[in-house]
Design a protein around this ligand. Sequence first.
Ligand code: SAM
Length: 239
Amino acid sequence: MDSLEDRLAQIDGRILDVAAGRGASLKYLVDKVGEFEQAVGVDFSEQNLNQAKNQFDDNRIIFLKMRAEELDFDDNQFDLVAIVNSLHHLDNPQKSLEEMHRVLKPGGLLLVSEMYNDNQSERQRSHVLLHHWWADVDRISGIPHYHTFPRQRIIDMIRNLNLAEIQIMEYEEDKDLSGDKETMSFLIDATDNYLSRIMGKPEHRSLYQTGLELKERLATTGISWAKGIAIWGEKTLTR
Ligand SMILES: C[S@@+](CC[C@H](N)C(=O)[O-])C[C@H]1O[C@@H](n2cnc3c(N)ncnc32)[C@H](O)[C@@H]1O
């Protein structure tokens, strides 16, 4: 059984990162693949794409504005198609996975990496709850962002694609982040920023209260990154 890194090292050709955000996941992928001819990051946020473009100085790496649910590529184009930390951001994750599968070459690798919401320690649950609250605030501002999925739901969505050689890697680091000043100030600043978006709006009073309780929870229960899975498999010649 190959590790994810071993499997990525075998990739050579064209890479697609869906919901690429500001480019961190595409940076990881281009560092890990053996070779690449072209790496494409797609996202529907122009603001994020502009930040992503500034991360790279390599004309093989391009970013395009596109919705995951309607990828503007012909069938069978890419050797690796990935989505990292973004499945729960999509309006229609299953349709997006079908699209990712469509543009993947037969024999190519589809990779999904995603945190999940069940079977977490109390500290990890702080991350899940905070993430869900961020998503709730995003949605009332018109930004698609949903609650994370149970682990099995992620696996079932991938299994619907009938990939071959499916492998799953768990990732977990239940380290208390309280002592990590940089991460804690990032989490607290982000939460304050979300609170400021709904402050003084009577219709969002209970959501505001939940945010205050979550900040309190960070101080009392603590927080660790939630567990997640990386799941990958190959597109078969026939489905
Ligand atoms: C958590 S961020 C990206 C993370 C990035 N993959 C990484 O690991 O660095 C989620 C991204 O999904 C994008 N997004 C949400 N819904 C989308 C959709 N339907 N199609 C394309 N991008 C979408 C958002 O604009 C955002 O940049």
